[in-house]
Design a protein around this ligand. Structure first.
Ligand code: 26W
Length: 809
């Protein structure tokens, strides 16, 4: 059946079989949920079969493979992408309609697989799509968290976190491979024993062994041969169950032992850009690395029977530092289990591994307490010490006598194990995720390493799965593109540039505008069904969607909205274009300031509600539980995209790309990928404001005093004072203090310094919106300029420059 598309009749037959076997019912009796599951199961079968054929071809051709290691994959839903990528959506729609079901209804039965926090995890998911669409042999490795990122509820403006139970509906995509389990060791002691053969054997004593069980998810490419595999590990107690304790009547203790092991993959850490150095997280990371590297070695041995050619056949990519322990784990297996000499093994490891950095914030760079590390992973600790010693000797050649530099670059120092340093030392390539970010890595974060290994440093600007984020979530726009520029852009996204030819075509502009308006109506309906909130679809939709973090400056946006609110309160007849501000953001549960900013946004919204006259012109909507599916519904409807981080802080941003592709105009700083978006779209089609990253550095060096901006800007002063008075009955004096000083550094992300520039630029954008013809032209040109920001382009760059892998056709 491989590559032969099933007919509607065959689909119906397959669905009947699944319903009968798994739910004991017929189509007429089945619930939507049962039909969704039956549908997913039939797709899973098609994918498994296709994957088998592809794997065979990869084995036969001896092609090199890439293994993408990441603690997070923010997949969202799978049914629609898989169906569309396989080109089966129309047939399934027909078959299901015959059986009394609407495919669109079934899409909504699927829970989001939220196995990630934000940008990093979503990027990994987009990359899996491109890897299979471009026919690269790829496996992603991560953990099968029982609970994904928490569900967010907002109660009186406060974020409440609820567990995200995704498996009951999400499990249908997973194929358990209990036959492919591995053991992962923790704790205990290690001893070296020299054997007469000359080998050193490593003896483990009193270690705890935990079983890693793989659950495989197949990810289809679009119109391609390849099916990528995402292997998610689940922890299971190796002794299964302590029957001795149980028969002694110690039921709870017997139960407890098994639970401890399973807790490793219980829940995703809900924080990005801030690490706490918690033992459970280190345990999760090693669990992922050890199981995955063992799996890679096993697969390789099964095909080649030797590891001598491992570096020619395997690329391992470390997506941020979280899976860095792959480096010492691979060393452990090569040296301890296959007896390769250290130097030979190290040469292999550095040829195999590559590393991407995703953040420059110092609080996000992971380090572990060395004592804790040694207790949990004694053998890995010893290996890291050896790596470190050899590295320091090497660095001495470049920086003789400069102990300060060498100690800053070392992996182990001051009682800490530093993951970023290990990742750089053990990889042949290190890249940032936008041009600006990669330059900052070379200039500051990794400057010493750059001087030592200049050839290792490179840039690959991020990209998005344009089929998911444009073709499937904005089908009307995709149809217009198909008609005007042909369907080639679906596989070759740079062809979107052709669309620019229609920038002065009135008929196309009108259609483009109408599509945006229809998308706004669709989103308004979606929101109304979900929460009862109403949206004015004639207002500008001004959208800021991303994790809540101070550096992303949702607060700057809020300050500007407060200004407009005060204007309207003074004069409700003010002639301004109606504007609706839409926010979606989750805050890390322990991140106090982020939660206060959410509360501020909600309370401004509540305050506006109290003024019917103001509500006609100004609205603020805070979307509860922003997730991938919400993004897919919202992004096609956005007019304005807020990308307003303090310059130098946002590594890339990818939401900006999704919004641009769907014809939203960006208001942004010269940060992350905005810089390249500007180069692609032209300054006449973007609204750029604020300090540049160099200016930010200079201002810090000179001494930044936010109070000067308060003193010299009456409007800003009034806004800050309004914070203290409060909104919706809640004072935000603490946020005023945060901005002006009093405790800690005043306004650490320079909202005050950038305020005026932001306000003026924003005003310019809102005024530009009034000229709809001109606005639509700019929006169309943004879509046309967005092809560069497709993940297909990013993946080709990784494949050619770092992984050295080729498509298998
Ligand atoms: C808890 C430790 C931790 C630290 C950092 C967890 C997760 C992180 C991530 C690296 C944070 C993250 O998601 N970074 C984002 O990565 C995106 C993909 O490259 C970029 O587009 C964003 O700019 C960057 O913030």
């Amino acid at each position: 059946m491989t590559n032969v598309k099933p007919t509607a009749a065959q689909i119906k037959e397959n669905l009947d079989i699944k319903l009968a076997r798994y739910f004991g019912c017929t189509a007429a009796e089945a619930s939507k949920d049962q039909m969704y599951k039956a549908t997913a199961m039939t797709i899973r079968d098609i994918l498994a079969e296709k994957r088998g054929a592809f794997k065979k071809k990869v084995n036969q051709t001896g092609a090199k493979r890439v293994y993408y290691m990441c603690m997070e994959f923010l997949l969202g839903r799978s049914l629609k992408t898989n169906l569309c990528n396989l080109g089966l959506d129309e047939e399934y729609k027909k078959a299901l309609a015959d059986m009394g079901f609407e495919l669109d209804d079934l899409y909504n039965c699927e829970p989001d697989a939220g196995l990630g926090n934000g940008g990093l995890g979503r990027l990994a998911a987009c990359f899996m799509d491109s890897l299979s669409s471009l026919d690269y042999p790829a496996t992603g490795f991560s953990l099968c968290y029982e609970y994904g990122l928490f569900k967010q509820m907002i109660v009186d403006g406060l974020q409440v976190e609820l567990p995200d139970v995704w498996l009951p509906g999400g499990e249908v995509w997973l194929v358990p491979r209990t036959d492919r389990s591995f053991k992962v060791r923790f704790g205990g002691r290690v001893r070296e024993e020299w054997k007469p053969s000359g080998h050193c054997e490593i003896i483990y004593e009193d270690t705890e062994e935990i079983e890693a069980v793989p659950y495989d998810m197949m990810i289809s490419g679009a119109d391609s041969q390849a099916v990528s595999r995402l292997r998610l590990w689940r922890a299971r107690d190796i002794q299964n169950f302590n029957m001795r304790l149980f028969t002694q009547g110690q039921y709870a203790r017997a139960q407890q032992e098994a639970t401890n092991a399973a807790s490793i993959t219980k829940v995703l850490y809900p924080s990005d850009n801030h690490t706490e150095g918690k033992l459970l997280r280190l345990t999760q990371q090693y669990f992922l690395c050890s199981a995955s590297v063992q799996s890679i070695i096993r697969d390789h041995m099964a095909v080649y029977g030797t590891l001598d050619n491992l570096a020619e056949k395997v690329a391992i990519h470390l997506n941020d530092t979280h899976p860095t322990l792959c480096i010492p784990e691979l060393m452990r297996i090569l040296v301890d289990e296959y007896f390769y000499p250290w130097d030979v093994a190290w040469h292999m490891v550095t040829r195999i591994c590559s590393y991407t950095n995703h953040t420059v914030l110092p609080e996000a760079l992971e380090t572990w307490n060395e004592d804790l590390f040694r207790l949990k992973l004694p053998r890995i600790h010893a290996i890291i010490k050896e790596i470190n010693e050899r590295f320091c000797r090497e660095a001495w050649q470049t920086f003789p006598g400069n102990w300060q530099k060498i100690s800053a670059m070392s992996v182990v120092g001051y009682g800490q194990v530093r993951m970023a340093n290990l990742a750089v030392i053990g990889s042949h390539s290190v890249n940032g995720v936008s041009k600006l970010h990669s330059n900052i890595l070379k200039k500051s974060v990794f400057n010493d390493f750059f001087r030592l290994y200049p050839e290792r440093f490179d840039n690959v600007t991020n990209g998005i799965a344009h089929r998911r984020w444009l073709c499937y979530s904005n089908p009307e726009l995709a149809k217009l593109l198909d008609e005007t520029i042909g369907t080639g852009y679906r596989h070759n996204p740079v062809e979107l540039a052709e669309f620019a030819k229609f920038a002065d075509n009135d008929e196309i502009l009108e259609r483009f505008r109408a599509i945006k308006h229809n998308n706004k109506i669709s989103f308004a309906n979606h929101l109304y069904r979900k929460s009862g909130q109403k949206l004015d679809t004639h207002a500008v939709f001004d959208v800021q969607i991303k994790r809540l973090h101070e550096y992303k400056r949702q607060l700057l946006n809020a300050l500007n909205i407060i200004g407009i609110f005060l204007d309207l309160r003074d004069n409700p007849n003010l002639d301004i274009t109606p504007q609706t501000y839409i926010f979606g953001a989750k805050a890390a549960p322990g991140y106090h300031m982020a939660k206060r900013i959410i509360q501020l946004l909600c309370m401004i919204s509540k305050e506006i509600e109290r003024h019917p006259a103001i509500r006609e012109k100004l609205n603020l909507v805070f979307l509860e539980n922003y997730d991938v599916s919400t993004a897919e519904a919202l992004i096609p409807s956005a007019d304005i995209s807020e990308q307003i981080s303090l310059a130098g802080k946002e590594a890339s941003g990818t939401g900006c790309m999704k919004l641009m592709m769907n014809g939203a105009l960006t208001i942004g700083t010269l940060d992350g990928a905005n810089v390249e978006m500007l180069a692609a779209a032209g300054e006449e089609n973007m609204f750029i404001f604020g300090l540049t990253s160099n200016e930010v550095d200079e201002l810090w060096a000179r001494g930044y005093h936010s109070t000067e901006f308060y003193a010299n800007n009456e409007r800003l002063a009034r806004i800050i004072n309004a914070l203290t008075t409060g909104f919706g009955g809640e004072s935000f004096a603490d946020i005023a203090t945060y901005l002006l000083g009093g405790q800690g550094i005043a306004d650490p992300y320079m909202c005050m310094a950038d305020f005026e520039s932001y306000r003026l630029t924003h005003e310019k954008a809102i005024k530009a919106y009034a000229d709809r013809q001109r606005w639509t032209r700019m929006a169309l040109l943004n879509t046309a300029a967005s092809g560069h920001f497709a993940a297909d382009r990013s993946i080709r760059e990784y494949a050619d420059r770092f992984w050295n892998i080729k498509p298998v056709k």
